[in-house]
Design a protein around this ligand. Structure first.
Ligand code: 9WO
Length: 250
């Protein structure tokens, strides 16, 4: 899978994507990355990429020309990849969208800066605006890195055991279970005994119960979307009863 990223900060993208799971995916050729810097396509002496806003107001606006030239150069490499602008106004990115995009041959991500991108560029070239949350950051780069990471993890062979991707939060609609490693006994507490039991069915049931319980406590909206089977219903009721007795609620 190809990622083509339009950004004024290609080093940020390359360095962040050069480490960890995504870095290994790049090294092994499971993904490819090209960055396209609109400043390289600004042909005036000052390599201008921003302009004052028509109608007045604070800040500057990302100009069409350098963006268009960078986009056209990227499209020669990326072909018909969807063109996505990272924006707080966009549709919310989620795991379903990550799964969908992991099936594509490529993705073209546009990282805005300044006060935003000239609307005529958005209207003409952007297929979709995508948000990773209801907040504003300094540029589209960090949201773009979030998306490339979430999508790359889902590509075949990227994670050592694809099961770990399946058990990741949101892969089956519930939050993740707690994780523990050595030491068995620390100042901060002990590892839950069930995890030391070697009884894999009990461990699996305990983990499922913790996932369902965490989802009930923190993200009841996700729980509302699930059709829990009888086993899950029993596990969740067990968790709720244990939780309520722990906090002294009848
Ligand atoms: C800034 C802004 C502020 C209030 C309401 C809407 C807004 N849109 C933007 C915007 O698109 N800004 C551009 C991209 C330029 C400034 C930095 N940019 C940005 C993208 N800030 N935050 C994001 C973003 C992208 C995806 N998910 C969350 C935030």
């Amino acid at each position: 899978m190809r990622f083509d990223v339009l950004t004024l900060f290609p080093d940020l993208i390359r360095q962040a994507m050069g480490v960890g799971v995504v870095g290994r995916a790049l090294e092994t050729g499971k993904i490819a990355l090209d960055c396209w810097n609109p400043r390289d396509y600004a042909h005036d002496n000052y390599r201008t990429v921003d302009g004052r806003p028509y109608g007045g107001g604070p800040g500057m606006v990302f100009m069409i020309e350098p963006l268009r030239r960078a986009l056209f150069a990227a499209k020669e490499r990326s072909g018909a990849a969807p063109c996505v602008l990272l924006s707080p106004q966009g549709r919310r990115f989620d795991q379903d969208r990550a799964r969908q995009w992991a099936q594509l041959p490529g993705l073209l991500l546009i990282c805005g800066r300044y006060e935003g991108v000239d609307q005529r560029f958005v209207d003409r070239y952007v297929d979709e605006e995508i948000s990773i949350g209801d907040f504003v950051v300094s540029g589209g780069e960090l949201p773009a890195l979030t998306i490339t990471d979430a999508v790359t993890r889902l590509l075949p062979g990227v994670l050592h055991t694809d099961a770990s991707a399946i058990e990741d939060s949101f892969m089956d609609g519930v939050l993740d279970c707690p994780h523990y490693t050595r030491p068995e006994l620390a100042d901060e507490g002990a590892v839950p005994a069930v995890l030391l039991s070697g009884n894999h069915s009990m461990i699996a049931a305990w983990r499922r119960k913790q996932s369902l319980g965490a989802t009930w406590l923190r993200r009841p909206d996700l729980l509302g979307k699930l059709q829990l089977n009888k086993v899950d219903q029993r596990l969740l009721i067990e968790f709720i009863n244990e939780h309520r007795s722990k906090i002294g609620v009848q």
